[in-house]
Design a protein around this ligand. Structure first.
Ligand SMILES: [Zn+2]
Length: 192
């Protein structure tokens, strides 16, 4: 007959959840705030408030796919852009988030997107029109058209990204470019 107490709580050699693998598990529902960032778990719903100004969203969210890699990966640029891209694609982490957005910020986002797309359209079409109707040097037009398209594309991406990641791991994303009032309304993140 076993001498073990059948009423004892089940024993486990695994450390408690709070300590597992050095990761501190939050006990309060998220998202959370951590210094200048908002921490969100994968698939987590955001509160019905704008992440920029903390005003009510009326249930409106913006779908954003965030991608991040450690900053030391940028050192691979010195070995060539292609090498950097390969390392960045292998090491990058992505997470899709649905931050709340108020009507005013949604309007601003749409205007920036429209302006960006118009700039891209013009940087492609204007050199073609100039080449056809003014007899300007095609080499110069193609070069300036490519430069302008690149510039307009970078502007559009930066102006419409809405939120950007400071870090992403397998479970959580640390999100920058959110409003202070929104962050202050969230519970403090217990981890690092
Ligand atoms: Zn807002």
């Amino acid at each position: 007959m076993s001498s073990e107490n059948p009423y004892a709580s089940p024993r486990s050699d695994a450390p408690p959840v709070m300590m597992q693998a050095g990761v501190v598990r939050p006990t309060s529902p998220g998202p959370w705030r951590r210094r200048g960032t908002v921490v969100a778990a994968r698939g987590m719903a955001f509160p019905d408030r704008c992440v920029k100004c903390n005003r009510p969203t009326g249930g409106q969210t913006l779908r954003r796919k965030l991608a991040w890699h450690p900053s030391w990966v940028f050192l691979f640029v010195f070995f060539g852009i292609l090498i950097y891209f390969i390392v960045a694609v292998v090491l990058r982490k992505t997470m899709t988030v649905f931050p709340g957005i108020c009507p005013a910020h949604r309007k601003r986002h749409r205007i920036l997107l429209a302006v960006g797309l118009l700039c891209i359209f013009l940087s492609i079409t204007v050199p073609i029109l100039l080449g056809n109707f003014t007899g300007a040097d095609w080499g110069l037009l193609v070069l300036s058209g490519v430069m302008a398209t690149l510039f307009a594309s970078v502007f559009t991406i930066l102006a419409t990204r809405f939120v950007s990641p400071a870090k992403i791991d397998d479970e959580y994303a640390w999100i920058k470019t959110t409003g202070l009032e929104f962050r202050q309304s969230l519970p403090e993140w217990p981890g690092e």
